[in-house]
Ligand binder design. Structure first.
Ligand SMILES: *Cc1c(COP(=O)(O)O)cnc(C)c1O
Length: 411
């Protein structure tokens, strides 16, 4: 099956009544015919569900779709992308450990690393995640490397294969946040990544209607007990050790489960991922090319030939540059004027919607970062982030063209 066919026909949930879509099991608990049966379900000795914080058929169907989409051995859905990022790390880290992360990460993830410092977990930031920067930062205490495949909002593209090789030479897993790339552009496991997380609130859902996240395990990393002593009791799970530990530990106990309704909305969303991404990538490239031709504007889009990541985009994503671009308008005032002049683009803090969205990151999502952190993330006073939607490209070009020209008139 090719990509779009598998999105529709790769379904594995049980379906006795012929329902064409996964039903929504909007319940908290599942009743069983005897105390003995429930005992077995609790001990994972019988199939079935007990309580929706621990497992739910609709959520399970979503997890299976995501695992299949990424080519992993299994997945755990979470209440948000941030819950997924947090749990993916806390499943392997403890006080005294270090994690290496990209400086161009999503603002919420940067903030999370500040919170984790209070629990004795230290993040070391690399300006860009490359084999060289990772080698330089690795120490005896490093237990994970965390990176976004395409940084949001920096839009730096990581060479997954090269970075994974370095991680593995030190016996450390590579965790990739694939939110902005999606499985349409790349399958990180094929290139050596060990754990993939998504904010499925974004492109996976596609309609901007549910906050959610997911952690997917590639099942190949060897959790040696020297570096990861807590994995000792999960060895019998073999390639499922990471997920077994996650599901029986913090993921369940911190209550980071996804609601069945949101899982359903995401299932509906995944089915059109290929079509949406095809259109979004095409629109983003055309819009970036047009904006580049206008005076007083600089454009950052990995899919442009002028991008420093052009070669990695070619080799890793087959030339497609994703759906996000940033532009610099010359001044904060002009950036605000430009945003306010747009007719179709909504001013909102989200990405991956079918609608085009714009935001001024320095005054919003990067408000809590100092100037140095901000600029390391590619966010300047005059930066605008554009998450391109599926509108007709001529309307988008006309809208941005008009806003760019008029915002420059009285500036
Ligand atoms: C949005 C986003 C997150 C956080 O996801 P939420 O669903 O908002 O919690 C994490 N990583 C990236 C790259 C994101 O864009």
């Amino acid at each position: 099956m090719e990509f779009n066919t598998s999105l529709l026909h790769g379904r594995t949930d049980r379906n006795d009544l012929g329902a064409t879509q996964t039903p929504i099991y909007q319940v908290s608990a599942f009743a069983h015919d005897s105390a003995e049966t429930l005992e077995k379900v609790f001990a994972n000795r019988a199939p079935g569900f007990s309580y929706s914080r621990i497992g739910n058929p609709t959520v399970d169907a979503f997890e299976k779709r995501m695992a299949a989409l990424e080519g992993g051995v299994g997945a755990a859905a979470c209440s948000s992308g941030m819950a997924a990022v947090t749990m993916s790390l806390l499943n392997i880290l403890k006080a005294g450990d270090e994690v290496i992360a990209g400086a161009g990460l999503f603002g919420g993830t940067i903030d999370l690393f500040r919170d984790l410092a209070q629990f004795g977990i230290t993040a070391k930031f690399a300006d860009t995640v490359t084999p060289e920067s990772v080698s330089r930062l690795i120490s005896e205490r490093t237990r994970a490397v965390f990176t976004e495949v395409i940084g949001n909002p920096k839009l730096d593209v990581v060479d997954i294969k090269a970075v994974a090789q370095v991680c593995h030479s030190y016996g450390i897993p590579l965790i990739t946040d694939s939110t902005t790339a999606t499985p349409y552009l790349v399958h990180p496991f094929e290139l050596g990544a060990d754990i993939v997380v998504h904010s499925t609130s974004k492109y996976i859902n596609g309609g901007g209607n549910s906050i959610s996240g997911v952690i997917i395990d590639g099942g190949r990393f060897e959790w040696d007990s020297g570096k990861y002593p807590d994995f000792g009791s999960f060895r019998s799970f073999g390639k499922f050790a990471y997920l077994a530990k996650l599901r029986s530990g913090l993921w369940r106990n911190a209550g980071t489960c996804l609601s069945p309704f949101n899982a359903y909305m995401n299932i509906v969303g995944t089915e059109t991922l290929g079509l949406r991404m095809e259109r979004i990538c095409e629109n983003a490239k055309r819009l970036a090319e047009h904006l580049q031709s206008l005076d007083g504007i600089t454009v950052n889009y990995p899919g442009l030939e002028t991008s420093p990541y052009c070669r990695t985009v070619q080799s890793q994503f087959g030339g497609k540059g994703g759906g996000i671009l940033t532009i610099r308008a010359g001044s904060r005032e002009r950036a605000f004027r430009l945003i306010n002049l747009l007719k179709y683009a909504l001013i909102a803090t989200n990405i991956g919607d079918v609608r085009t969205l714009v935001i001024h990151p320095a005054s919003t999502i990067y408000l809590h970062s100092d100037e140095k952190r901000r600029e390391q993330a590619g966010v300047f006073e005059d930066t605008i982030r554009v998450s391109v939607g599926i509108e007709d490209i001529n309307d988008l070009i006309e809208d941005f063209d008009n806003a760019v020209k008029r915002s420059g008139e009285n500036g």
